[in-house]
Design a protein. Structure first.
Length: 418
């Protein structure tokens, strides 16, 4: 089929390349000309697509990248994979709206449009469809549409591969579901059809809210356990020996990325807008997780005080700055807040993360250095925020005068855990 994937971020590019590999003719569309330039040069910027894979599908002609909307004409199926951020607690769906208008101008009878961007229940039917109808002059039924949420796990593709993860699919009617399921059946090992788009939209929010709420719970437990003098990590390990009724989550300096800090708030906003009631679990979890960087800085301040040192003037090295282990993404990472707080207190802050692409360090406003033995030994305090596989943990233990370990990966008399 002739396929358009609108949005060439980590979701869209991964889908586009995989669709090209299985035999479709794919146009990767993005409004960012710098991103398109990198794609045309076979330079991948996402974890799940190698530059070699990109070069292969480009050379075969199965994939092309463009910022020219005219290239979208004649598609059989188009997938929308654009950002859906929150702005002051309100979902910003302008990227979906703009993309829908662009695709609608090229929509023809029998073609299908699938939304993959995470959003609140009702978006496909209440927002996407009217725009497609208005722009194309067609009616739903003349064309097909549906929702199929992404389930990519950045930095964890060895365990959960893109095409090996079951894919939820839905449609606005039976014909749409058949078309959309048929497309994804050729890409994913397992597809899971559901009865409607609202079910699929809510399912995605349930998945991420489950993680968000449980992470907030163990983060609050970590604070309580520290105050009570109990090793929360040992207690979690002990609880995890139960073979049923328990899922292991671990504390950390906060949550980040495009999903966890954002997605539960979509449901909270929708509940408030339509029902006039709060989604209390999500809102409480957001409060706990949002305050974790402040707690990390407070614990670090107390530890330095015990050593006769002040945060002001201290040289502090932050290790692991991305929001997730082994990932390259800095979006919403708690490291930015930790760095901001420490700088405001007068600390000399440096960061080290071997996974950050060149240029992304501007989001942190602190100097980036290598996690060398010399840098670690020169720091008054080292804070392990994310335990990337590329860090030499034994070397850190050996050379750091003091470590505040937010991931429970280090040990020794110079190490304190969250």
């Amino acid at each position: 089929m002739d396929v358009v994937v609108a949005g060439q971020g980590y979701v869209g590019l991964t889908l586009a390349v995989r669709a090209a590999e299985v035999g479709h003719r794919v146009v990767g569309y993005d409004v960012d000309p710098h991103r398109i330039k990198r794609l045309i040069s076979a330079e991948s910027y996402v974890d799940d697509v190698t530059s070699t894979q990109l070069r292969t599908v480009l050379d075969s002609g199965a994939y092309c990248a463009t910022a020219d909307a005219a290239a979208l004409a004649g598609f059989d199926i188009a997938v929308i994979a654009v950002p859906t951020p929150l702005r002051d607690g309100v979902p910003d769906l302008t990227y979906i709206e703009s993309c829908a208008r662009t695709l609608g101008a090229h929509l023809r009878p029998g073609a299908a449009v699938v939304l993959e961007s995470t959003t609140y229940p009702g978006t496909t039917e209440e927002l996407l469809l009217p725009i497609l109808e208005q722009t194309s002059g067609l009616k739903a039924g003349d064309f097909q549409a549906g929702f199929s949420p992404e389930r990519i796990a950045p930095g964890n593709r060895k365990r959960w591969s893109f095409d090996g993860t079951p894919k939820l699919v839905s449609g606005i009617d039976a014909k749409s579901l058949d078309t959309i399921k048929g497309f994804y059946d050729g890409i994913f090992g397992t597809t899971v059809p559901v009865s409607g788009t609202k079910v699929a939209e809510l399912a995605k929010l349930i998945e991420n809210t489950f993680r968000f709420v449980n992470i907030s719970m163990v983060n609050e437990l970590a604070m309580l356990a520290a105050a009570l003098g109990v090793d929360v990590w040992e207690a979690i390990d002990a609880a995890a020996t139960k073979p049923f009724g328990f899922t292991r989550f671990t504390p950390g300096p906060g949550v980040g990325g495009h999903c966890l800090p954002v997605d539960p708030m979509f449901l909270s906003w929708k509940a408030q807008q339509d029902l006039g009631v709060p989604f209390r679990f999500a809102e409480l979890a957001s409060e706990v997780n949002r305050n974790m960087p402040d707690y990390v800085v407070r614990r670090l301040t107390e530890a330095l005080d015990k050593r006769g040192m002040s945060v002001s003037g201290s040289r502090i090295l932050l290790l692991g700055l991305t929001y997730k282990i082994n990932a390259t993404d800095l979006r919403e990472s708690p490291s930015a807040r930790v760095a901001e707080l420490l700088v405001s207190l007068g600390a000399q802050v440096r960061g080290a993360d071997p996974n950050i692409p060149d240029g992304d360090d501007t989001k942190l406003n602190v100097p980036l250095v290598d996690a060398s033995a010399e840098e670690i030994a020169a720091a008054d305090a080292v804070v392990l925020l994310m335990d990337h596989a590329r860090f030499d943990l034994a070397m850190i233990e050996k050379n750091a005068p003091y470590v505040f370990d937010c991931r429970h990966r280090l040990s020794g008399p110079n190490v304190e855990t969250l």
